[in-house]
Design a protein around this ligand. Structure first.
Ligand code: EPZ
Length: 431
């Protein structure tokens, strides 16, 4: 159980470096099961979901060694197993990415039906459609999906929806299926392309075309070294923090190209945004100094759904009205109710939120049930009068952020983070 106590009203100044992307590191780690050779991954973020994926790799026979705090060597010590332990799999939805690669390597794999979560039902039909098209025999038995590599063959697969996970699952599996597999309507996210770059280094051929991904599979794949791309969602979270609190914040070691939808939106709201080669700077006067607007979360390169909650916090203290539409997940508005408890004026109609900006939010106790909602409430606490106590019972925030409170405090925020019975006083610098 973690508790963040946020003392509002402090502006943010300074620089924050961005870690490797969680949503790139997870498929990259999963892809290491495609070879027994050593794969070295650099710039791996120190977040809960990555720790769980590493434990999963070890549970199926991988030897994972930390060569440095963000560098891991992964190779096969003994034979691989296709059945990771249920308890670990249930801790991480992205573990489903192991179904196809393990099947392609050892002939069969079995994972429990991934459960839903607060943001949606999280179906896997597109994953299974792709694996079946590649020749896998898929059955569901007693709450588990079983995949058997009857006779794998290349295929042409159309995704009804550009699912990130399904694209990654099919791409990884097809990389071990000799011949030419084509995915049409694939996800185009930077994390998907980072995975493609790793698979190419391992010996697969991958071409990225408009609306298509072409994979030339190989009989075997080999080890390599790969650096994880920067986390665009964490970069965006710190940029929105600077915008909402007011001040002058530079996010370093990020790729502005991956943030275009956010940067143009912040600019449209009247916030000063300066792009540099590997950093972005925002300058803001805080609540009421920027306009409201319309944000629509869509598949990449549209506005990222993983920044929608943080954007809603920003728009709750904008001047004028705003509309936030969520088209990716069917129920990703849980943070709206918590923001309303802090004094935000939000009305929900299905997948659309209508906001009227308020001068100030007021601190209260709020709870977190999703990693990005937690970040959004921390940002709202920065501009709330008094203190905001964020109860994060399942440590969601740490699943996606190495040290959100610490990084915000280094920019001038005043957040105390406590875990269960010990009080870690993160001493806020007085500015
Ligand atoms: C990835 O999830 C990210 N997670 C999510 O980030 C992110 O929100 C999402 O992509 C969208 O960008 C990781 O990369 C580990 P999807 P994923 O498959 O792959 C539907 C975070 O906070 N769908 O693109 O699960 C699904 O219901 C997390 O870091 C199907 O219908 O997302 C949803 O409406 C949260 N059938 C939409 O597609 C399928 O088989 C997007 O899902 C698969 C998905």
């Amino acid at each position: 159980m973690r508790k963040l106590t946020v003392y509002g009203g402090r502006r943010l100044f300074g620089e924050v470096p961005v870690d490797g992307a969680k949503n790139a590191a997870l498929p990259l780690l999963a892809a290491t099961v495609l070879t027994d050779d050593e794969v070295i991954l650099e710039n791996v973020p120190d977040v809960g979901d990555v720790h769980t994926m590493i434990a999963l790799l070890e549970s199926v026979g991988k030897r994972v060694q930390a060569l440095a705090p963000d560098v891991y060597s992964i190779r096969t010590e003994r034979g691989l197993s296709g059945i990771p332990p249920e308890g670990l799999v249930r801790k991480l939805r992205a573990s489903f990415l192991l179904l196809g690669p393990l099947m392609a390597r050892v002939g069969a794999s079995q994972l429990p039906l991934p459960g839903g979560c607060p943001i949606g039902v999280r179906p896997v039909d597109l994953h299974l459609k792709g694996l079946k098209a590649l020749g896998a025999r898929i059955e569901s038995q007693g709450g588990f999906w079983c995949a058997r590599a009857a006779r794998l063959h290349p295929a042409e697969i159309h995704l009804d929806y550009p699912s990130v996970g399904a694209t990654e699952q099919i791409m990884m599996t097809a990389a071990l299926v000799p011949g030419r597999t084509v995915i049409s309507n694939p996800a185009q996210d930077p994390e998907v392309h980072d995975l493609a770059r790793l698979l190419i280094k391992m010996g697969a051929g991958i071409m990225i075309e408009p609306g298509r991904l072409i994979i030339e599979g190989a009989k075997t794949l080999s080890g390599t070294v790969h650096t994880v791309i920067p986390d665009r969602i964490n970069a965006g979270t710190f940029l929105i923090a600077g915008a909402i609190a007011g001040g002058d914040v530079t996010v370093r070691r990020c790729q502005p190209l991956h943030l275009e939808a956010l940067l143009s939106k912040l600019d449209e709201l009247g916030i000063i945004v300066q792009e540099h080669v590997e950093s972005v700077r925002v300058i803001s006067d805080g609540p009421g100094s920027f306009w409201g607007g319309r944000v629509e979360a869509r598949p990449y390169p549209g506005f990222p759904t993983d920044l929608q909650p943080q954007m809603m916090a920003l728009l709750s203290v904008a001047r004028g009205s705003s509309v936030v539409k969520e088209t990716v997940w069917e129920s990703r508005f849980a943070h709206a109710a918590e923001l309303v408890r802090m004094g935000a004026r939000i009305r929900l109609e299905g997948a659309t939120a209508f906001l009227e900006g308020v001068e100030r939010l007021s601190g209260t106790q709020v709870s977190v049930n999703d990693v990005r909602a937690g970040a959004a409430l921390a940002l709202a606490g920065l501009v709330a009068e008094g203190t905001t106590v964020i109860l994060d019972r399942d440590e969601h925030i740490r699943r996606g952020y190495r040290d959100l409170a610490g990084e915000l405090n280094r920019l001038g925020a005043a957040i105390i983070e406590e875990t269960s019975d010990e009080k870690e006083v993160v001493s806020p610098e007085v500015r």
